[in-house]
Write a protein that binds this ligand. Structure first.
Ligand code: NAG
Ligand code: NAG
Length: 447
C-alpha cells in the first residue's frame, strides 16, 4: 500500500454519503443545493453584509510586505487596480488599535504575557501564575491548532486595511505570475501523486482528466476534502472576479460589473469540459465546511465576557447581538456537514493525516505572500486565514472535548485577526453563492 492509498484514511463511507448529497448540482439541481441557496441568499447574506460593514469587521490588520519565502518575487504588479490603500492611523477606532485581544479578561492577560515574552525570556518579575500562563500560551501557539502561518501583526510592516474601501474585484492580475501561484498551490500542495497532472487549465486531454478524477475518487475523504477546499476557494475568487469585472475603463469613469462571458469561460460545463460544474460543487463544499465551523464555535462567542470591542459600547453590544443572531441562524441549518467522519479511524494514522493536512495548509498560507498583486494578496491572505480558522475550529480537540454540553473550554481562543478573517472569508463565499443566482438569471437572458 502506498501512503496515498485509501487504507490510511478514515471515514470514507461517510464521505461517500456526503458526496452523493451534493452531486445533483447543475445536472439537475437537487433540493439540497436549493436549500443552501435559499438559506444563504435570503436569510444569511443580508445580515452578514450588515455585520461586515461594522467597524469591528471592516478593519483588518495585515502584513502585505512579507517577502515570498519560496522564490524571488520580482513582479510587484504596477497596476493601479492592484493597489491597496492602508488606513491612516486616525481612521481606525482606538479600541481596535489598543486592544487586539480585548474580548476577555484572560486573553488580555495572555497578551501582556506575550509582550513580556517578546522582551526576552519569561520576565522574572511576573507572578508565578502569569509565568505559567506565558508558557502555556507559548505551548498553545506551538500546538497543532493553527492551520495558518501567523502574520506578525506587531511588525511595523503590518497595517490596518479598510476592507470596504479595498473590495475584492477584477484587477487584471493574470498571466504567468498569477498562474504560477495557483499551479504551485495545486501541484505542490494537494497530496498530488508525482505522475498525474491535475487538469488545471484548458489544453489537457480528456483521458488525463479522467485519470485525475479516478485518482481523486480513490483518495480518502480527508485528502479529497483538501483538494476540494482549495478548488472551492479558487472557484469563489473567480466568481467574484467575474461579478466585479472591470467593464469600462476610461479616464472619465471606471465601471465594474457582471461579465457573463468570463463566468462562462470558467464555469460553463461544455466550455470547461465538465470542470466548471465540479468547481462550483467544490464551492458549495467549502461553504458547508465554513458554515459548520461557525455553528460549532457559537458557544465561544456566547461567553458573557466576549466583546466585539471597538470602544463604542452601544455599537459593540448591537454588533454582538447581530453576530449571535447570525450564528443561531447558522446553527439551525438542517444539512450540516459532519466533520466527525474526518480523521476518525486509527488514532495514529488519523493523527498523522491531520498533521499532514495542517502542514500543507500552512504552506498555502505562506504562498499567499508570493502573490504579486497586493489587492489579490490581501484577499488571498484573508480568505486562507479565514479558512484556516474554520479548520482550527473544526479540528480543535479543545473545542470538541467540551461540546456540546459545556461549551468550549476557556483554553480555546481566537484572536481578533482570526475572528475578522473567519467572518469576512465566509462573507466572500456567501457572496459567491448569492452571485451564482445573479449569473443564473443573466444566463437565462442570454439564451
Ligand atoms: C468579458 O470578458 C471577456 C473575457 O472572458 C473579455 O474578452 C470581454 O472583453 C469582457 N467584456 C467586457 C465588457 O469587458
Ligand atoms: C511548501 O511549498 C514549497 C513551495 O511550493 C514546496 O517546495 C514545499 O515542498 C512545500 N512543503 C509542504 C510540506 O507542502
Amino acid at each position: 500500500p502506498t501512503p496515498e492509498g485509501p487504507r490510511l484514511c478514515a471515514g470514507r463511507a461517510a464521505g461517500q454519503v456526503y458526496r452523493r448529497r451534493v452531486s445533483g448540482y447543475l445536472d439537475d439541481c437537487t433540493c439540497d443545493v436549493e436549500t443552501i441557496d435559499k438559506f444563504n441568499n435570503y436569510r444569511l447574506f443580508p445580515r452578514l453584509q450588515k455585520l461586515l460593514e461594522s467597524d469591528y469587521f471592516r478593519y483588518y490588520k495585515v502584513n502585505l510586505k512579507k517577502p515570498c519565502p519560496f522564490w524571488n518575487d520580482i513582479n510587484q504588479c504596477g497596476r493601479r487596480d492592484c493597489a491597496v490603500k492602508p488606513c491612516h492611523s486616525d481612521e481606525v477606532p482606538d479600541g481596535i488599535k489598543s486592544a487586539s485581544y480585548k474580548y476577555s479578561e484572560e486573553a488580555n492577560r495572555i497578551e501582556e504575557c506575550e509582550q513580556a515574552e517578546r522582551l526576552g525570556a519569561v520576565d522574572e518579575s511576573l507572578s508565578e501564575e502569569t509565568q505559567k500562563a506565558v508558557l502555556q500560551w507559548t505551548k498553545h501557539d506551538d500546538s497543532s491548532d493553527s492551520f495558518c502561518e501567523i502574520d506578525d501583526i506587531q511588525s511595523p510592516d503590518a497595517e490596518y486595511v479598510d476592507l470596504l474601501l479595498n473590495p475584492e474585484r477584477y484587477t487584471g492580475y493574470k498571466g504567468p505570475d498569477a498562474w504560477r501561484i495557483w499551479s504551485v498551490i495545486y501541484e505542490e500542495n494537494c497530496f498530488k501523486p508525482q505522475t498525474i497532472q491535475r487538469p488545471l487549465a484548458s489544453g489537457q486531454g480528456k483521458s488525463k482528466e479522467n485519470t485525475f478524477y479516478n485518482w481523486l475518487e480513490g483518495l480518502c475523504v480527508e485528502k479529497r476534502a483538501f483538494y476540494r477546499l482549495i478548488s472551492g476557494l479558487h472557484a469563489s475568487i473567480n466568481v467574484h472576479l467575474s461579478a466585479r469585472y472591470l467593464l469600462q475603463d476610461t479616464w472619465l469613469e471606471k465601471k465594474w460589473g457582471h461579465n457573463v462571458t468570463e463566468f462562462q469561460q470558467r464555469f460553463d460545463g461544455i466550455l470547461t469540459e465538465g470542470e466548471g460544474p465540479r468547481r462550483l460543487k467544490n464551492l458549495y463544499f467549502l461553504y458547508l465546511i465554513e458554515l459548520r465551523a461557525l455553528s460549532k464555535v457559537l458557544p465561544f462567542f456566547e461567553r458573557p465576557d466576549f466583546q466585539l470591542f471597538t470602544g463604542n459600547k452601544v455599537q459593540d453590544a448591537e454588533n454582538k447581538a447581530l453576530l449571535l443572531e447570525i450564528l443561531h441562524e447558522i446553527k439551525s441549518f438542517p444539512l450540516h456537514f459532519d466533520e466527525n467522519s474526518f480523521f476518525a479511524g486509527d488514532k495514529n494514522e488519523a493523527h498523522k493525516l491531520k498533521e499532514d493536512f495542517r502542514l500543507h495548509f500552512r504552506n498555502i498560507s505562506r504562498i499567499m505572500d508570493c502573490v504579486g498583486c497586493f489587492k489579490c494578496r490581501l484577499w488571498g491572505k484573508l480568505q486562507t486565514q479565514g479558512l484556516g480558522t474554520a479548520l482550527k475550529i473544526l479540528f480543535s480537540e479543545k473545542l470538541i472535548a467540551n461540546m456540546p454540553e459545556s461549551g468550549p473550554s476557556y483554553e480555546f481562543q481566537l484572536t481578533r485577526q482570526e475572528i475578522v478573517s473567519l467572518f469576512n472569508a465566509f462573507g466572500r463565499i456567501s457572496t459567491s453563492v448569492r452571485e451564482l443566482e445573479n449569473f443564473r438569471h443573466l444566463l437565462q437572458n442570454v439564451h
